[in-house]
Design a protein around this ligand. Structure first.
Ligand SMILES: Nc1ncnc2c1ncn2[C@@H]1O[C@H](COP(=O)(O)OP(=O)(O)OP(=O)(O)O)[C@@H](O)[C@H]1O
Length: 251
């Protein structure tokens, strides 16, 4: 479904990503791991259209998408969360989910002002989706709270709901377990598996919590200093000497 081929990204004199390749199939959880500063988020930023890569290709269903703006990539069904939560803090929880859908659908302002029947039907659908996902991530009771007043773990779940209301094909999660306690991490583990199993979403995950990564990934790509180091199943990666060396080097 998604193929990253020889991706490179240079910032001035720094080659942050150097010839990284990976692929994501339908119905698969793929992780990108590597020591701090390895280039993981930069790969994400290229995949989600935040950066135009300086080299390589990104293909979705065989069509090149590298360099397209982020809003076009998200309309193709590739959506992401950020390492640092980015919600509209002064909007309520449910408003955050409605705004995500409006931005995604590019709703026509005029039809909204006139409230055509078609517009009202779409609004109702958007509200139903918001309500469904709030319940799914356990935030229904908090629908009318300001997003900024939620606990950190709740904000992270809201971010995932905000992606899911747009009905993506591929969800990119940048360190979703960062700052979560062990119980919240276990819930996240179940939620990500369910996204794949019940909603047929493929997931690409950047994560430092190795037990989460090893537990839920179908395949793992390891990068170190911008370069691909290893790829394989959790078992293969866990036993790879180069990977062990890269991680021990960091410690
Ligand atoms: N916009 C930018 N301009 C200049 N350098 C950048 C930019 N974004 C990232 N870098 C550099 O690229 C390298 C890779 O950074 P990146 O954030 O992709 O690593 P990472 O693997 O996601 O790290 P971490 O696990 O700490 O989040 C780093 O040296 C970083 O300083």
């Amino acid at each position: 479904m998604l193929e990253v081929q020889n991706l490179s990204m240079r910032f001035g004199g720094l080659l942050a990503v150097d010839q990284v390749s990976l692929d994501v199939r339908e119905h698969e959880i793929v992780s990108i791991i590597g020591p701090n500063g390895a280039g993981k988020t930069t790969v994400f930023n290229c995949m989600s259209g935040f950066y135009r890569p300086t080299g390589g290709k990104i293909l979705l269903d065989g069509k090149e998408i590298q360099g397209k703006p982020d809003y076009r990539i998200s309309r193709l069904g590739l959506v992401r969360t950020f390492q640092h939560v980015r919600l509209f803090n002064r909007m309520t929880v449910v408003e955050n989910l409605m705004v995500a859908q409006h931005r995604h659908l590019n709703t026509n302002l005029l039809s909204g002002l006139v409230a055509t029947p078609n517009y009202r039907a779409r609004e109702q659908k958007a509200l139903d989706r918001a309500s469904y996902w709030l319940e799914r991530v356990g935030l229904q009771e908090l629908a009318n709270r300001d997003a900024g007043n939620l606990a950190y773990g709740q904000q992270r779940r809201l971010e995932i709901a905000r992606c899911m209301v747009t009905e993506p094909r591929l969800l990119m999660l940048d360190e979703p377990a960062a700052g979560l306690n062990p119980a919240e991490t276990r819930e996240l583990n179940q939620l990500i598996i369910s996204l794949k199993e019940d909603y047929n979403v493929s997931v690409v995950l950047i994560e430092h919590d190795m037990s989460l990564v090893m537990d839920i990934s179908d395949r793992i790509n390891v990068i170190s200093q911008g370069r691909p180091l290893a790829t394989g199943t959790p078992e293969e990666v866990r036993n790879n000497d180069e990977v062990i060396k890269a991680y021990l080097g960091e410690a």
